[in-house]
Design a protein around this ligand. Structure first.
Ligand SMILES: *[C@@H]1O[C@H](CO)[C@@H](O)[C@H](O)[C@H]1NC(C)=O
Ligand SMILES: *[C@@H]1O[C@H](CO)[C@@H](O)[C@H](O)[C@H]1NC(C)=O
Ligand SMILES: *[C@@H]1O[C@H](CO)[C@@H](O)[C@H](O)[C@H]1NC(C)=O
Ligand SMILES: *[C@@H]1O[C@H](CO)[C@@H](O)[C@H](O)[C@H]1NC(C)=O
Length: 459
């Protein structure tokens, strides 16, 4: 009897000892995660109106940190989420820049007034010169998980990367369209020029006659056509954004952000160097309806593919695409056709925020096991973006964000490597469940033995 109990205790001891390094490492990382919740400057929208503002020097965690996740949503003054069929979030974008110390930039400053020698863009590592953002999504924001798996993080505020005499700041661009009581909700969200009665761009330059819709027609303070006689109330909104981060230390491995764009016109020539100046990313494109193109036999799918040479190498850690309504999926392949990462839209089916019918409310993401997918420097990858071409769409997008690491997690001891994976969380849970069951069993036995008048032994 006694030896049997001691055997159990030994087993418990082994399990506890075995699981301790996991639990400490796991909870250690968890505990360090800080959460900062910020509100953008407020913006006011009435039916049909558009806000497309750039806010400088917005709140962001300071110091040498590693970002673990970034999430955002539009809320009203009461703090309630606003549904997409009322306020369509065309996009939000968060970008880094460096400003000369002592130069004051206010939230509402206009970029045009900055002295160029005082301002340096702190862009991501990607190959589109005009896509500078670190974070950015659109209608899918509420249901798209954008967290960086352990032990990785997006390193920011590294003093060695900030030009001498400069400091790091952040800008936020929010593009939102109020579609309450408009004539054509989809048309307003796709920025169709006729609905906005727009023939010149934000700078007064005439639009090409064949430009039917897109960002050039729904700039700040344009107005989409509302139903006749409608006078709706204007309301105040905010973008609430939540940054989770840890202090940067040696246990955090940095990842770099690369953004690809299906409209990138880059083509390999004997002269290409792979420099980002060779890339031209148009960001938006149109989908011609299949009945008009006479290509209905393609299943009414607009399938675009481009090949891009990677000017970097590393391990793929995370991937997510950005598409607009009508999108049916995007993927990144190797040149031989092997799928590396795909990201599919999730459409809402109801009324409530996060589930709005007809809108893309989320994009699936991919999290390859670190090390499973390696990109070699110079390798050619294929980016694909599919849209339904059952109807005409203007101003759609096909971006693909990936996070790439130079290093794989270094095991501290042989079992350590699995800590950060879901498998290990499962393993940990099972271990603790076994420990708990044994502990309960022992207590039960001891209690029984106590009740039976035996001396309690052991513990
Ligand atoms: C911009 O800054 C540089 C260096 O600080 C200065 O020489 C120049 O006069 C400034 N230009 C303007 C338009 O303020
Ligand atoms: C559209 O714009 C034109 C020129 O700016 C203006 O004359 C016309 O009244 C506008 N139409 C509507 C319906 O607002
Ligand atoms: C490639 O470089 C050569 C020599 O510099 C030049 O003559 C040629 O026009 C270039 N070709 C392209 C496609 O840029
Ligand atoms: C895109 O469409 C093509 C052609 O229909 C299909 O083969 C491919 O699997 C689709 N890709 C994604 C990511 O949905």
């Amino acid at each position: 009897m006694e030896s049997c109990n001691q055997g159990w205790l030994l087993l418990v001891g082994i399990l506890v000892t075995l699981s301790l390094p996991y639990s400490q490492a796991f909870w250690g990382t968890e505990n360090k995660i800080q959460t900062s919740v910020f509100l953008s400057p407020k913006f006011v929208l009435g039916p049909g109106s558009v806000e497309n503002r750039f806010y400088y020097n917005v709140d962001f965690p300071k110091g040498h940190i590693a970002v673990k996740s970034f999430d955002a949503e539009v809320i009203d003054e009461a703090g309630n989420p606003v549904p997409l069929h009322e306020t369509y979030l065309h996009h939000w974008v968060v970008a880094r820049y460096f400003v000369r110390k002592g130069v004051e930039i206010s939230e509402f400053d206009d970029h045009a007034k900055f002295n160029r020698s005082d301002y340096i863009s702190g862009r991501n590592s990607g190959i589109c010169p005009n896509l500078v953002q670190f974070f950015g999504l659109g209608s899918e924001t509420r249901k798209t998980s954008t967290h960086v798996p352990d032990p990785y993080g997006i390193e920011l505020g590294n003093p060695a990367e900030i030009p001498a005499g400069f400091e790091e700041q952040w800008l936020l661009n929010i593009h939102a369209i109020d579609t309450r009581d408009v004539e054509n909700k989809l048309g307003c969200t796709e920025c169709r020029c006729d609905l906005y009665n727009v023939t010149v761009d934000a700078f007064g330059r005439p639009l090409r006659p064949d430009y039917k819709g897109g960002l050039l027609c729904c700039y700040d303070h344009t107005q989409c056509r509302v139903k006749h006689g409608f006078k709706g109330v204007r309301r105040t909104l905010y973008l609430r954004y939540v940054v989770k981060w840890v202090d940067m230390d040696r246990s955090v491995l940095p990842v770099k952000i690369y953004i690809f764009d299906i409209t990138d016109t880059w083509k390999r020539t004997p002269n290409s160097t792979g420099s980002i100046t060779e890339h031209q990313c148009k960001v938006e494109y149109d989908i011609e309806p299949c009945h008009a193109t006479g290509l209905a036999d393609d299943g009414c799918i607009d399938n675009r593919r481009i090949s891009l040479d990677m000017p970097f190498g590393g391990y793929l850690i995370y991937g997510v695409a950005h598409q607009h309504s009508g999108g049916i999926g995007s993927a990144l392949y190797r040149e031989d056709g092997q799928l590396m990462c795909s990201s599919l839209p999730i459409y809402g089916e109801g009324e409530e925020p996060g589930n709005e019918a007809g809108y893309i409310v989320g994009m699936t993401t991919c999290y390859p096991q670190p090390g499973a997918i390696e990109i070699s420097k110079g390798e050619t990858l294929v980016l694909e973006s599919n849209y339904s071409s059952i109807r005409h769409h203007t101003g759609v997008m096909g971006l693909f964000y990936i996070l790439v690491a130079d290093q794989l997690p270094k095991p501290m001891h042989t079992l350590h490597t699995v800590i950060q994976t879901h498998d290990s969380i499962m393993l940990l849970t099972i271990l603790w469940a076994v420990v708990a069951v044994i502990a309960v069993a022992i207590r039960y036995r001891l209690k029984r033995e106590g009740e039976d008048g035996y001396e309690a032994i052991g513990i």
